[in-house]
Structure formats: C-alpha cells, structure tokens
Design a binder for this molecule. Structure first.
Ligand code: TXA
Ligand code: MG
Length: 321
C-alpha cells in the first residue's frame, strides 16, 4: 500500500473507508495511528488482527470536538474538564467512565474508555469527515517501535491496511501521555508527549503508576516499544563488548574515537523536544543497520526526557525478560 498524500480529497476518500468499516493509517502529532470506526466492533476487530495485538489491550478513541465526548464518556469531573480545556487538542489521553455505545472490544471489557483529541489537522479532518469517533492504536505490529512517518507504516504493515495517509513526520514523536481519572487519585499510566510537569501545574500532584506486574496499560509492560536489535542503556561498564557490530543512539554529540558502526544523534542542540521527535526514526534506522547491539545514551529525565527514558528502558528489557 503506497501512502497517499493527505490532500482534502484523499482525507475524504479515507473517511469513506472508515465509514464502511475499513482501516486507515493516519498521522497524529504523536505517532501514526491505525484507525477504524470506534463504534463498529467488527472493524475494530481487524485492528487487533493486523497488529497481532492481544485482546486484553484496549484502544484509544480519538475525537475531533467536545460534543462527541458525551456520546462515549458517561461522567466528567472538574479535573478532567480542566485538563481537556488546557491540553486538547494535543498529546494527552484521558481514561474516563464509558457509555454503553462503546463496544467492549475497544475497551477490552473495561468500564472505562481512553479518549484523546489529537491536534494534527489531518487527524481532525479525518474524524470530522468520518462523522464517528476513531479507535486507533499506534500503527505498528504489537510491541514494536511506533511509526513516526508514513514510510514506517508502509514498511511495517504494508498491504494489511486499506489506506495510508501521508501527513509527513510526526512533530512530537512519542505517544500521548495517558492519565487515569476514573479512580479517586489521578494516575499517569504512560509517560508521553505531554510532560508530567505541565499536568501537575494544572491539577496538582499526580501519581505515576510504576506497576509492571498487572499493567492496565500494556504500554506499561516492562518489555515494549522494542527494535528487533537488542538495545542496552549505555553506561561506562557495558561498553567493553568485543567482536560485535555496535550502534549508538547518542543524545547530542558524537563521541570521539568511537568504535560504533552507526551513530544516530537525537538532538545536536541537546533539546529534549527535538530528541523525542527523532527517537523512533533514529531507532528505526539503527534497527535496519544489521547491528548486534544498539547502545542508547541516557538523556536527562525532565520534561519529555521522562518519556524518552521510559521508552528506552522498556525497549532494553527485551533481552532480560
Ligand atoms: O499518541 C498516542 O496515544 C497514539 C496515537 C495514535 O493517538 N496511540 C497509541 O495507542 O499510542 P496504543 O494503542 O499504542 O497505546 C494505547 C495505550 C495502551 O497501552 C492501552 O493499554 C492504553 O492506552 N489504554 C487504552 N484504553 C485504556 C483504558 N480504558 N484503561 C487503561 N489503559 C488504556
Ligand atoms: Mg502502541
């Protein structure tokens, strides 16, 4: 499936595919999504097939306006309202009590639904034209690196989808931050494109879930977002590996006299936003370089650096889990 440039005409065509129960890969500001009509259980079932995704892993429902909210969400508290007003459209997903209209396959049988209003104009137009909320996980095979360009989607899912809309490179580059507001205490289920600090400025202290044993959000599984090549977080001790083709994911500078076959730099300026935007494309390129191991240099754990380190740690768990 060749990606279609996301012109108005192409978006209209893709919206028709959604209405008819098909699958459309589309750009959002975080990563590319693999979308289907969220209210059509059969269409949604195909997402799970194509991604090889376990059915216990619920999907995010994407909306384009506030009026769609009451259709799928049964109650909103003050905190939810405040977060939506401040950060929507944008890289924040809220987990809220669901209405009966949302099929169980979307929420994996949970009484809650994850909802996001993306800010990418192509995503918003697609949802508006389709006239239905769109359920969409990231458009990659389950557990693999998320796609931040239409070519990533083509390489990973190819002919399994009906349309791939090409809206260029994703600006944020890591998935949305997920916050659970269905319980007493607001809890971050996934660190992502909206920094924790911004959320806390708006609603005060929130808990960050660290439970990996029984994740409510499989993005929390210890091993996730992995390239096929083993990845290790760089520290001075683990560099002495001989006879292997090594790659490096560097934060801002190229090391002098290094013995890496391939080096990718996340942000020459040392800017964490730029680093997040480049994270998955750098990892995709390193993964294609036929290396034995990829070393990833740690980045500072503030702002988007938290989401970057979260993804790198989970990616590096593949070996040890
Ligand atoms: O940025 C994003 O969020 C992208 C774009 C396409 O919007 N989507 C994305 O979806 O990353 P996905 O399916 O790869 O990750 C969604 C996460 C999963 O880990 C899932 O378990 C969690 O959201 N989730 C969905 N519904 C939930 C619910 N009701 N309760 C708790 N977690 C939920
Ligand atoms: Mg995903």
């Amino acid at each position: 499936m060749k990606p279609l440039k996301a012109t108005q005409e192409a978006v209209k065509q893709a919206a028709k595919v959604i209405r008819e129960g098909g699958l459309v890969a589309f750009p959002t500001e975080t990563v590319y999504g693999l979308g289907a009509d969220a209210l059509n259980a059969i269409a949604v079932a195909r997402i799970f097939e194509v991604k090889n995704r376990p059915h216990f892993d619920p999907l995010i429902v994407h909306i384009a306006d506030f009026s769609s909210l009451e259709k799928i969400c049964s109650s909103l508290d003050e905190r939810a309202r405040k977060l939506m007003e401040t950060f929507w459209p944008g890289p924040l997903t809220l987990v809220l009590p669901k209405t009966r209209i949302v099929p169980d396959i979307v929420t994996a049988g949970l009484p809650t639904v994850a909802i996001r209003m993306p800010s990418h104009p192509v995503a918003l137009d697609l949802i508006k034209e389709a006239e239905t909320p769109i359920a969409a996980p990231s458009a990659n095979p389950f557990g693999y690196l998320s796609p931040t360009s239409a070519d990533h989607v083509k390489e990973q899912l190819g002919d399994k989808v009906d349309v791939i809309l090409d809206g260029g490179k994703c600006q944020i580059g890591v998935e949305s931050t997920i916050i659970d507001l269905a319980g007493e205490e607001p809890t971050i289920l996934r660190l992502g494109g909206l920094p924790l600090e911004e959320i806390e400025k708006t609603i005060g202290r929130v808990r960050v879930s660290t439970s990996n044993s029984r994740p409510r959000s499989p993005g929390q599984l210890p091993c996730h977002y992995s390239p096929r090549t083993p990845i290790k977080i760089l520290d001075k001790k683990n560099l002495r590996v001989n006879g292997k083709r090594k790659g490096l994911l560097a934060f801002k500078t190229l090391p002098k006299d290094h013995s890496f076959e391939v080096v990718e730099v996340l942000s020459p300026k040392g800017d964490l936003r730029e680093a997040a935007a480049n994270l998955f494309s750098c990892l995709h390129r390193l993964d294609k370089a036929k290396l034995d191991v990829i070393y990833a240099e740690p980045v500072p754990e503030v702002g988007l650096g938290r989401a970057i380190m979260d993804r790198l740690r989970r990616a590096s768990m593949r070996d040890s889990s």
